[in-house]
Design a protein around this ligand. Structure first.
Ligand SMILES: Cc1cc2nc3c(=O)[nH]c(=O)nc-3n(C[C@H](O)[C@H](O)[C@H](O)COP(=O)(O)OP(=O)(O)OC[C@H]3O[C@@H](n4cnc5c(N)ncnc54)[C@H](O)[C@@H]3O)c2cc1C
Length: 289
């Protein structure tokens, strides 16, 4: 019942924002996700306007588009140091040599606080490792992405038929073991999926990997000019949401990089953490994966 209440609260918020969320009975949940075991399902919320998008083709498409428009992309080029020059421009020391710029955007994901440190500024983000896996392909059987609030379980079926998803496990903080995964994650995820779909017991996992959620103290992104280093703009702290937020964030941060002030960015200003004794807004507790 507690979980139902939490989900109903999400449903109310989403509805208030004008999205077509629907509350489903357990029978309706079973119709939306055919073959699911209804044991223990008390209800669910369904958002027909949601969709699933896979990052790899999007990133590739963006890469081709920016290159075609004349942007030089330096892949695998580490930034070592960002410093202010006398003429108020910034100087970036990198594996590609030194670059001078009016503006530098720190969009280094899980490494955002490290890159900030290399610019001599503090950014209170921290990387938290999250795991994910993909199975061998099945015939299409699942349309919506399925999410369970109580344990952070989520999965969806790709156009190739693979089941891609994850579940919350105790996560490691810090830049540590790269993209590795753990047996503990696979066991927990497999148990949770089989609890809903016992018929999938012979399904094999083809690959598993991990990455970082870049977490800010209040769970909101950190966007806009750094208060102490003119010319440095942050786009960080996206947690597990950075991919879907990217189109909107990209436009807003580009405007900030050009020196425009945008009211929409105000709640996300980096300066909100400047006073360490100021209370931090309550974090959203619903976390997937
Ligand atoms: C398992 C998992 C599942 C996720 N699922 C979702 C989801 O369903 N929906 C969603 O919206 N988001 C999801 N996310 C979150 C999403 O992946 C991130 O929020 C998003 O990738 C952040 O994008 P970014 O461009 O800010 O940073 P990143 O994509 O992390 O890119 C940062 C780049 O900076 C580079 N870099 C780091 N240090 C330096 C340096 N010193 N010099 C030069 N370059 C440097 C890194 O190599 C990296 O390429 C998930 C994340 C994980 C780990």
């Amino acid at each position: 019942p507690t979980e139902v209440e939490r989900l109903r609260a999400v449903h109310r918020t989403v509805t208030r924002e004008g999205l077509p969320s629907r509350w489903l009975s357990s029978e309706e949940v079973a119709r939306r996700i055919p073959g699911v075991s209804t044991a223990g399902i008390l209800g669910g919320s369904y958002l027909a306007s949601d969709g699933t998008l896979y990052p790899f083709p999007v990133i590739w498409g963006l890469f081709e588009a920016v290159r075609a428009s004349g942007v030089e992309v330096c892949l695998g080029t580490e930034v070592y140091r960002i410093s202010a020059r006398d003429d108020r421009r910034l100087s970036v020391d990198s594996a590609h040599g030194r670059l001078d710029a009016d503006c530098v955007v720190n969009s280094a994901g899980g490494w955002s606080s490290e890159v900030a440190r290399r610019a001599g500024v503090d950014l209170p983000t921290r990387p938290v490792r999250h795991e994910i896996c993909a199975t061998e392909p099945l015939k299409p059987f699942l349309d919506p992405m399925v999410v369970r609030a109580s344990d952070g379980l989520y999965f969806s079926q790709t156009m190739r038929g693979e089941l891609v998803g994850g579940i919350s496990v105790p996560h490691t903080e810090g830049l540590g073991p790269g993209m590795t995964t753990s047996a503990g994650f696979l066991v927990r995820y497999a148990r949770a999926v089989l609890g809903l779909y016992p018929a999938l017991r012979d399904l094999r996992v083809l690959r598993a990997w991990s990455g970082y959620y870049d977490e800010s103290p209040d769970g909101l992104p950190i966007l806009g000019p750094d208060p102490s280093l003119p010319g440095l703009v942050h786009a960080a702290g996206f947690g597990g949401h950075g991919f879907m937020l990217a189109p909107a964030i990209g436009r807003l941060v580009a405007a900030a990089a050009l020196g425009e002030r945008t009211a929409e960015l105000a709640p996300f200003a980096p300066g909100r953490f400047a006073n360490p004794s100021a209370p931090v807004r309550n974090r959203e507790k619903l976390s997937l994966g």
